[in-house]
Design a protein around this ligand. Structure first.
Ligand code: 1QQ
Length: 413
């Protein structure tokens, strides 16, 4: 009798897990505890079929990988961390990574694979807003929840009801950098603004910077444009230096932004420089080396935040990377955390394993939007539209060592 009940339970468990995991096999007997359930695996072919798949779409190749790799690192820490805690009430999660590379098509391909082939319950990504405007409508049409972890342009949550973000918009974060610059140098009057005109995020960010400059009563002395693929900025830098600015503000990505900083300094600009979110990575340091010193960058994360989940995250990141965690890693961790906590909540009312995939995706989206989360970036929640509600922001300044090779982000606000 006991044996019969056990067999029946197993048969039911198998049928139930097949409801969610399309590629399941009826002979699957993997009942390993979450703690041993292959928590760091990222290759779908070698992983536990019972685990709940969450897609991660970040740039792992192209110049945008300088930003995307930090997201990958944060997501991997979250996978191990939450599986160690028991995953989704006993069922592990499994992150499935797809490289978006640097453009829209790369993100579209990654999303299509995650949605149709990997059958994920939701997606964290893509790396750039420019990519999100191309790929998010695909998830929206397929009814797959997306949590943007590094898309800060205006209009991201408005793409659709399945699109939310844990990356606070530049409109809220970027003005803090100008305030910090004015504290360092209250004499600032003339401002030169540079932006990459082939990128949606940079166009959005420069709009915020330019508005803030005017609101603060500063003179917007010149606006110079470039492309994220440019390496030579001599003519724009010369134009800017001619107006004798006291502050330069750059909206670009890390490779172009780093080269622009380098050429500004080489051609003699001595004033303060603000970099936007695209320069917000220590992968910038090998590009402008000693000349990166002093760049001011607004932050949506501080390693110093005294919350136990941040202490845990910071320790794990430090152990692996021997440095403080950067914002993009903290935001990616947070994106995974929101999915995990929303899945736990959903699973308590309706067993996730009893739902089919479209149901899980829809209910997960509804659940995540109503939750409150204690995360490494602080306590967050969402507006009904999917915009993040976050209270605290910071400003960092890059300090380079005398050798010009290493440096770090020091928090000034
Ligand atoms: C965006 C961004 C990027 C610079 C983050 C990597 O904020 O594209 O919205």
């Amino acid at each position: 009798m006991k044996y019969l009940i056990k067999t029946l339970n197993f048969a039911i468990a198998t049928i139930v897990s097949c409801a969610l995991v399309i590629a399941c096999s009826p002979t699957s007997t993997n009942t390993s505890s979450p703690a041993t359930g292959n928590p760091t695996a990222s290759n779908p072919s070698t992983t536990n079929q019972k685990a709940i798949p969450i897609g991660i779409a970040f740039a792992q190749t192209s110049n945008v990988a300088l930003l995307g790799q930090e997201g990958v690192a944060g997501a991997k820490i979250a996978e191990a961390y939450f599986n160690q805690q028991g995953g989704i009430n006993g069922t592990p999660i499994r992150l499935v990574f797809q490289d978006t590379a640097g453009d829209e098509q790369g993100a579209i391909n990654a999303f299509n694979t995650l949605i149709s082939q990997d059958k994920v319950v939701g997606i964290v990504g893509p790396t750039l807003s420019q990519q999100a405007f191309g790929a998010d409508p695909i998830a929206e049409r397929a009814g797959v929840p997306v949590i943007a972890a590094s898309n800060t342009a205006k209009g991201i949550p408005q793409i659709g009801k399945f699109i939310a973000r844990v990356s606070a918009p530049v409109a809220v974060v970027a003005p803090n950098a100008i305030e910090a610059a004015l504290k360092i140098n209250p004499q600032i009057k003339k401002v030169a603004v540079f932006y990459a005109q082939n990128d949606a995020f940079n166009k959005s960010e420069t709009g915020t910077f330019q508005e803030t400059v005017k609101q603060k009563g500063l003179e917007l002395a010149t606006v110079q444009t470039f492309q994220t693929t440019d390496t030579d900025f001599q003519s724009q830098v010369t134009n800017a230096i001619n107006v004798k600015p006291d502050l330069v503000i750059i909206s670009g990505l890390s490779a172009d932004g780093g080269n622009l900083v380098k050429q500004l300094r080489e051609l003699g600009y001595k004033g303060l420089i603000i970099g936007g979110n695209g320069l917000n990575t220590s992968n910038l340091l090998p590009v402008c080396k000693a000349l990166c010193d002093g760049i001011i960058i607004a932050q949506a994360y501080s390693p110093e935040l005294k919350k136990s989940i941040n202490t845990d995250f910071r320790k794990l990141y430090n152990e692996q990377n021997k440095k403080e965690p950067p914002q993009f890693s903290a935001q990616a961790f947070t994106g995974v955390q929101v999915f995990v906590e929303a899945l736990r909540t959903l699973d308590k009312t309706t067993k996730v394993s009893s739902l089919d995939l479209p149901q899980v995706r829809t209910k997960l989206n509804d659940t995540l939007l109503t939750g409150k989360y204690e995360t490494p970036i602080g306590e967050i929640s969402f507006t009904p539209e999917g915009e993040i509600i976050q209270k605290q922001f910071y400003v960092a300044q890059i300090k380079m060592e005398a050798d010009g090779n290493s440096g770090k982000f020091t928090f000034i606000q």
